[in-house]
Design a protein around this ligand. Sequence first.
Ligand SMILES: *Cc1c(COP(=O)(O)O)cnc(C)c1O
Length: 426
Amino acid sequence: MASYHIGTKCIQSGYVPENGEPRILPIVQSTTFKYSSTEHMGRLFDLEESGYFYTRLANPTNDAVAAKIADLEGGAAAMLTSSGQAACFFAVVNLCGAGDHFVCSSTIYGGTFNLFGVSLKKLGIEVTFVPPDADEDTLQAAVRPNTKAFFGETIANPAMTVLDIEKFARVAHRNGVPLMVDNTFATPIHCRPIEWGADIVIHSTTKYMDGHATSVGGCIVDSGNFDWEANAGKFPGLTQPDPSYHGVIYTKQFGKAAFIMKGTAQIMRDYGAIPSPFNSFLLNIGLETLHLRMKRHAENAQTVAEYLSTHPKISWVRYPGLPGDSQHGLAEKYLPEGGCGVLSFGVKGGRKAAVTFMDSLKLAAIVTHVADARTSVLHPASHTHRQLSDEELETAGVSPDLIRFSVGIEDSRDIISDISNALDAV
Ligand SMILES: *Cc1c(COP(=O)(O)O)cnc(C)c1O
């Protein structure tokens, strides 16, 4: 659907029914698929013919939703996973094995930070974290002979730093490796990293894509642009025969879909984090309104950020859409139509004032979640980081007064009056 605008793709891409078929994407809730000859099923196993045989490897509902997300991002191919964590894990292990290394922006989602820094390390995969605002020389200095990729988040959760995608892509490509970008917070509505040089795009679809807090899920999209064969020595898994798959050479047999075919045929086959077709059906319904919701999230968050920035009881506000924000320049370049609904701020009076504020909110719900239709709020010092003292919090970059606010798509006048009433109680 390359010729349609993104709002049309949200609704129409992925599933195109034939004459007499269901208008709505069917939920193919079947683990397996029937064939009438052993010979036919054999060809499927050899990847000689495409067709469904087991849902862990491919399922029509999951495939249609993956194709929609690939189209939204401007990619060549995509695969769904059962969570955003699985998507990050699979994307990295599709290129890296024990003894390999990759470079990653230090301001990434806490779960990904642990996955990369702790769990992958146990598997023998090393990561070097670099500040997102590091200059090219600093990024270059992190590269080793065994470096296989660069990784960052378009809008980091929850640090709200905006990735200079072109800078990271330049250094990655100069070293013959791809750039992977987690685009969860921006979504393809507000930034398409592939257009700025990213090679692989990752999503936790749990957030804005689903948008209604119903289903945990993830997605990996390949641009199809990275030339694996030109850097064949670094990527034998893609350019040499796969002994676990009848000696298939992914780049030779699948061209621009090589990364996703290897991710499906080998990584998904072996690690198995497949989404339920039912969850993919729900995700697809979320995607149908993504363009409308993202516009509203960004507008509402901008309104809330501007309101907070002049309120006498607020000590600071972090939102890339505010002209005074340290990330504003990067946001103007990469997010010209707006960012997302998440912002953070401090209430004067520290931890105690923050708790009073939180407990006085009526519309905004206290939940461990961000980026869905309902306004939600979290106080890291009382929740995700509650085991830390005030001093330890400062070292972790989380001040005791920090409130993380995920602005929903309600009427912004009601969100503002909820905040205003809660601040009156402080
Ligand atoms: C939530 C999140 C993840 C992890 O996704 P899950 O779906 O919760 O497994 C990864 N990256 C980012 C940026 C996230 O916000």
